[in-house]
Design a protein around this ligand. Structure first.
Ligand code: NAD
Length: 477
């Protein structure tokens, strides 16, 4: 039975209620987590406030950095154990689970190094004045983490928040908590003070909602669906609590006729297959210049036909989707595509050895998807790639920008001037030229425009979101 992590104690929910954890590869329950409620959030926020006013506010930036570095090393020493937990929880193939555990190591390491490098400015002002800006932590921060990359998303938000001097209350996804609870224990072992990090498990509309409503929470970072992001923003607005929202995307991979296709193809495929397509920055739309549309689709068909989904321990191209409802959702998209006459170019396989009760979905490549179709507009969150042709640069830009989202874009061309023109015109938070970073890049500021959200996580930029700027003007004559 997994337990909440409050003030460095492992404890059940106050009500004693639990939720089953389902193994997505088998479709059966294997553990339970606490089904917490608002009273558990109250306790977590009180513990965080006590830590904040007690010791954490007085902990120097250098000391916070040392703690984060020690935590990073402890996580590094346990990557296999943590990867195994996340693999069981989320159904990730071994290489993906290990990559995620190692990304957490890097996040903690990066923010350990950044902790004592967050500086304000001096501002030239009138004669007789000196003006300084200080970057001050918010205090008690709330973090709502989804199930697709628990360790990575925890690393980027909690690592940044603690480095900047905040304390944290985390609500992990009900589908995937186990790795984070173990990571918290490792933090306790290296000396994270009681209350600096608290993890409260439970349902989004109960415990997540209670976290967002709590008057003691002074900043919220949320990664998840646009629908819940909108709700959170509305609730937080009532008490003017700042929020950082990362709400996914429908990210385009734009391939021009002069691109190095040998380099592009494996990256384009991986960007939709990684984590079974359950990646906010998945490259889920493929825009191809018409003159290479057919030959590129033919080459991709060969690759897609060879892709295999199976049990996580088999370490194939993809594991199961997270839960039955996610599989139903992806299949509903595919049924609609079929009903609307959208052609399938190629489909991978679910291997025969995959447990029949697991939530497996073979990768699918669709072609000529109309720009306004759901498959070209909505986040499927599964291994489904929608291809469409474009005639020129202007149309590529128009198609790239024609969704409500704007998270990441990939541009494949050897023409240097076009690389710049496209990067400037595509509306998204990140643009990758002749590469693509679905989920990668601890150092790279990450976040969206439009319905993909606002605020930036990852990199040094995240620290600005986890702090508030105070301007101090001295009149000294
Ligand atoms: P979700 O938005 O419902 O859940 C994400 C997190 O928010 C979870 O921790 C959940 O418990 C919490 N939550 C849910 N309702 C809440 C509420 N009312 N108040 C506070 N917290 C709440 O996402 P989901 O149902 O797990 O997935 C649905 C869809 O969301 C997916 O198909 C996908 O399109 C998208 N999604 C995107 C990302 C991303 O990285 N951008 C991650 C997960 C899901």
């Amino acid at each position: 039975m997994a337990l909440n992590f409050l003030a460095n104690q492992d404890q059940p929910s106050r009500s004693g209620r639990t939720l089953d954890m389902i193994d997505p590869a088998l479709g059966i329950a294997f553990d339970t987590i606490p089904q917490s409620d608002a009273s558990d959030i109250d306790e977590a926020v009180s513990a965080a406030q006590a830590c904040w006013t007690g010791s954490w506010q007085k902990t120097s930036a250098a000391e916070r950095g040392r703690l984060l570095m020690a935590w990073s090393r402890a996580v590094h020493a346990h990557v296999d154990e943590l990867a195994a937990l996340e693999q069981k929880d989320c159904g990730k193939p071994t290489k993906q689970a290990l990559a995620d555990a190692n990304a957490l190591v890097r996040y903690l390491e990066f923010y350990a190094g950044a902790a004592d490098k967050l500086m304000g400015e001096t501002i030239p002002y009138q004669n007789g004045y000196s003006v300084l800006t200080w970057r001050e932590p918010h205090g008690v921060t709330g973090h709502i983490v989804p199930w697709n990359y628990p360790m990575q998303i925890f690393g980027r938000c909690v690592g940044g928040a603690l480095a900047a001097g905040n304390v944290c209350v985390v609500k992990p996804a009900e589908d995937a908590c186990l790795s984070l609870l173990r990571v918290a224990q490792l933090g306790r072992e290296v000396g994270l003070p009681a209350g600096a990090l608290n993890i409260v498990c439970g349902l989004g509309h109960e415990v997540g909602d209670a976290l967002v409503r709590h008057p003691g929470i002074e900043h919220i970072s949320f990664t998840g669906s646009p629908t819940v992001g909108t709700l959170i923003q509305q609730v937080a607005a009532q008490r003017h609590c700042p929020v950082t929202l990362e709400l996914g995307g429908k990210s385009p991979q734009i391939v021009f006729a002069d691109a190095d296709l040998d380099a592009a193809i494996p990256v384009v495929v991986n960007a939709i297959v990684q984590n079974a397509g359950q990646t906010c920055s998945a490259g889920s739309r493929l825009l191809i210049e018409r003159s290479i549309y057919e030959p590129l689709l033919a080459r991709l068909a060969t690759v897609f036909s060879g892709l295999r989904a199976g049990a996580p321990a088999m370490d194939l191209d993809l594991g199961p989707l997270i839960r039955a409802s996610q599989l139903e959702r992806v299949q509903a998209f595919l049924k609609q595509a079929e009903a609307d006459g959208i052609a399938t170019v190629a489909t991978g396989k679910v291997v025969a050895e995959a447990p029949v009760t697991g939530y497996f979905q073979a990768p699918v490549l669709l072609r000529d998807v109309p720009l306004q179709h759901r498959l070209a507009q909505e986040e499927v969150f599964g291994p489904v790639l929608s291809a469409m042709p474009f005639d020129d640069e202007a149309q590529a830009v128009e198609q790239a920008n024609a969704t409500q989202f704007g998270l990441v874009a990939g541009i494949w061309t050897r023409d240097g001037s076009r690389q710049f023109r496209m990067a400037k015109q595509v509306r998204s938070g990140q643009v990758f030229i002749n590469n693509y970073g679905a989920g990668g890049g601890v150092e790279l500021p990450f976040g969206g425009v439009k319905s993909s959200g606002h605020g930036r996580e990852k990199g040094f930029e995240a620290l600005y979101g986890f702090t508030t700027l105070k301007t101090v003007a001295f009149h000294h004559g």
